[in-house]
Design a protein. Structure first.
Length: 367
């Protein structure tokens, strides 16, 4: 199925899922890409670059380099290691340029905004678990707060300077639909599914307020309790967030997204047959998931059919088609304009990349 057709049926799910930030992902991304604020306070280490006089130090690169290669099976060496360091420095320079722009616009993240985001990220963890995550990523709490501050600040600048100024007109939507009408012709029915999954052993990757089962008997009792609460009218998504043990979907209410009917053939027969019998809004009985190797119960699930889309051509009058096109055109323009925005910032800033010059010098390419 085409990208746009997927967007049509699943974009709402994807946007909702993106709002649930998980600590490991944020640490991996933020620590790798963040530009440290307050670099003037550093007194040791070689200066590898400067943006409008604001220095970036070798220790900045080392911190993010070490974080990236920590989980690699084989650390990069030689030219590959240098390329990684150059890429990290390029991102540090880009972020520093945005920080300077944020200062001029009065858009630097406040302490209140940073603390609010920090508390949101920490909420699924105990203090001990959170501290362990920081240690695994080889960063301090202060480092992490700087990364959050940068992330919030960059978002504020980009929203004010780029995103908020993008306008997708009704005519843009009509033109796109006319040129890509075939993308909205679904060749088979689509199923939007959600699930609650319980395992007979605790999953350390799941951090919610569930009472994790220690064995198969506990798991059966737990899934039955969840089923009873569903029968009593409790919200499926809320129960999934609180009790499901699937690390990929529990954070977004168990949402599995939208899949074509043919993909149901890849699921176990019991789940497939039950899903095909469900009506939108209904959920299945408890399904036992069998491990094919051991023939033992690997877990228990309850599946909900959120919605079902029949095959056939979608018309432009469908609000979901309009919204899918609007979102896709907005995202494309946003990506383009952000790239251009960084180039303009780079042209207007005084950037000195000493590390890159050193690489050229060491290879006899000095101009």
């Amino acid at each position: 199925m085409s990208r746009c057709a997927v967007d049509q049926l699943g974009r709402t799910h994807l946007k909702r899922k993106a709002r649930f930030i998980r600590l490991p992902a944020l640490l991996a991304t933020a620590v790798t890409l963040a530009a440290l604020l307050g670099c003037k306070s550093q007194v040791s280490g070689d200066v590898v670059a400067a943006v409008d006089g604001r220095k970036i130090f070798r220790s900045d690169i080392d911190k993010y380099y070490d974080n990236q290669v920590a989980s690699a099976q084989q650390a990069p060496a030689g030219e590959q290691a240098t390329i990684l360091r150059l890429n990290i420095l390029r991102q540090l320079i880009d972020d520093e340029m945005v920080m300077r722009r944020a200062e001029k616009l009065g858009l630097l993240a406040t302490e209140e905004e940073v603390d609010r985001k920090l508390n949101e990220i920490k909420s699924p963890y105990t203090q001990q678990e959170f501290d362990k995550r920081l240690q695994e990523k080889k960063i301090t709490l202060e480092d992490f707060k700087r990364d959050i501050r940068r992330s919030i600040t960059v978002d504020k600048v980009m929203n004010k300077e780029v995103s908020s100024k993008i306008n997708v007109t009704d005519q843009d939507i009509i033109d796109y639909f006319t040129a890509h009408k075939s993308e909205f012709n679904l060749i088979e029915p689509q199923y939007h599914l959600a699930q609650i999954f319980v395992t007979p052993a605790p999953n350390p990757q799941v951090h919610n307020q569930n009472n994790k089962a220690q064995n198969e008997g506990d798991a059966r009792k737990k899934i039955q309790m969840i089923n009873n609460r569903l029968d009593s009218g409790d919200d499926f998504a809320t129960l999934a967030m609180n009790y499901s043990e699937d690390p990929e979907t529990s954070g977004n209410g168990g949402d599995l997204g939208t899949i074509p009917e043919s993909s149901l053939r890849n699921t176990d027969p019991g789940t497939r047959d039950l899903v095909l019998k469900l009506k939108p809004g209904q959920y299945s009985p408890i399904i036992t998931v069998i491990n094919p190797a051991t023939k033992q119960a690997a877990g228990f699930r309850i599946v909900k059919l959120v919605s079902k889309e029949p095959a056939g051509q979608r018309d432009l009058s469908d609000p979901r088609v309009q919204q899918a096109i609007r979102s896709q055109l907005h995202d494309r323009r946003e990506q383009l304009l952000k790239a251009a925005y960084y180039e303009v910032l780079r042209d207007s800033a005084k950037v000195e990349n000493y590390y890159a010059k050193k690489v050229l010098d060491s290879n006899g390419l000095t101009k």
